[in-house]
Design a binder for this molecule. Structure first.
Ligand SMILES: Nc1ncnc2c1ncn2[C@@H]1O[C@H](COP(=O)(O)OP(=O)(O)O)[C@@H](O)[C@H]1O
Ligand SMILES: [Mg+2]
Length: 368
């Protein structure tokens, strides 16, 4: 048995996903998972950094990096307390960190995830690996998405081409061709839940549209949808990745351009946008996929799931629980697996996905 902890906090800022995975040569098994809250005041500080507001951001960056390190360590400890394992049983923690800026297409490309790994290591007594994305950027890649190699290791089939669709704040797809035929491919398709959450919070005060009921009560506007679909990101050729820098409330305001819509019709249109851009990406790039397997929090938006199913035509749509991993914990499990790859010097980026020049070993090790 080789146990790793994966810690994930994505663009949605809905909390920290923490999982223990058991990694053996041909299998990754999820042993235990918990979610752990990010305190409201810290979440606000993260949003200030993400949105580039306020005064001295270096002071704030240092403070939030340290505080997040402590909260990530608490999440790992809470996970262990709710499991039969102790710190000494865990080989390493893989911590994604919190992305506060992602600029893979700048003149000097960079991506920045924070959450002090020295603190995670010090507080848990477990070797901690973090900073997975920057090596891929250094090798000329987007630094994202990094989960496709994990998706291949766990969900690929010998008999059929599959797509894994991860619907977090952003949505990304991994194309897993029948074993050995072609490279694993994939990219960020655009917004997953982030616009849905932002609009819902602004209009109703709720952090997300529970089960998608509010969006379902509205009617998607064709005119608004067409306007949103014209965003160049959607027709840009891969490799590509995106974030809150691009898809945010300002983006919605610009698309609304002063036109009056019922708030719930906007929510319905945003739901349609997420579903359409995912299925368009599959139709345009991976049309021979026979099964679509979804994961991430978007799985619980029943309206979104229904639209994905309706737009998928003949393809089978299911979620990752059909293949042994609850859709909530796939990304956390992936970062436990990426920690294993780093310690064992296994390159884990997919150049066909990120555009990197070569396969490289991802992550920085903070030894216990
Ligand atoms: N019951 C639900 N109904 C609708 N949406 C949900 C539900 N549960 C989770 N979500 C959505 O999933 C998001 C979290 O997804 P997650 O995969 O954790 O994203 P990230 O990786 O960005 O943190 C929430 O912000 C919310 O939009
Ligand atoms: Mg999350």
């Amino acid at each position: 048995m080789s146990l790793y902890i994966g810690l994930m906090s994505g663009t949605s800022l809905d909390g920290i996903d923490a999982s223990i995975v058991d990694i053996s040569p041909h299998q990754v098994r999820l042993k235990r998972s918990v979610d752990y809250p990010i305190p409201a005041a810290l979440k606000q500080q993260i949003l200030t950094l993400m949105n580039n507001q306020g005064g001295d951001n270096i002071e704030l960056l240092g403070e939030v990096d340290a505080k997040l390190g402590i909260v990530f360590a608490e999440a790992a400890q809470h996970l262990l307390e709710n499991s039969p394992y102790q710190a000494k049983d865990i080989t390493a923690i893989g911590s994604h960190g919190q992305t506060i800026r992602h600029r893979p297409d700048s003149t000097t490309p960079f991506t920045l995830q924070i959450g002090d790994a020295s603190r995670i290591c010090e507080l848990t007594g477990i070797t901690t690996i973090t900073d997975f994305r920057r090596r891929d950027i250094a090798a000329g890649g987007q630094g994202a998405p990094l989960v496709p190699a994990f998706h291949r290791a766990v969900f690929a089939s010998a008999d059929e081409n599959r797509c894994i669709i991860n619907i977090g704040g952003m949505a990304n797809i991994s194309y897993l061709p029948k074993n050995g035929h072609q490279d694993t491919a994939g990219f960020d398709t655009g917004p997953g839940n982030v616009l849905l959450d932002s609009w819902c919070y602004q209009q109703t005060g709720e952090y997300y549209d529970k089960n998608g009921s509010w969006g379902k009560s509205g009617k998607s506007s064709d005119a608004l949808l067409q306007k949103m679909l014209q965003d160049p990101y959607f027709s840009q050729a891969p490799p590509k990745s995106t974030g809150r820098e691009h898809f945010n409330l300002d983006w919605i305001d610009k698309k609304l351009a002063g036109n009056a819509f019922e708030a719930r019709d906007v929510q319905a249109s945003l739901t349609e946008l997420t579903a359409r851009t995912i299925i368009d990406a599959i139709d345009n790039h991976f049309a021979d996929s026979s099964q679509l397997i979804i994961c991430g929090g978007g799985v619980y938006n029943l309206h979104l799931k229904e639209r994905l199913q309706q737009l998928s035509g003949q393809r089978l749509v299911c979620d990752t629980s059909a293949y042994g991993i609850d859709p909530n914990w796939v990304e956390a499990a992936a970062f436990g697996w990426l920690a294993h790859c780093c310690l064992n010097k296994i390159p884990a980026n997919e150049p066909a996905v990120t555009g990197a020049r070569s396969r490289v070993i991802l992550g920085a090790i903070y030894p216990k």
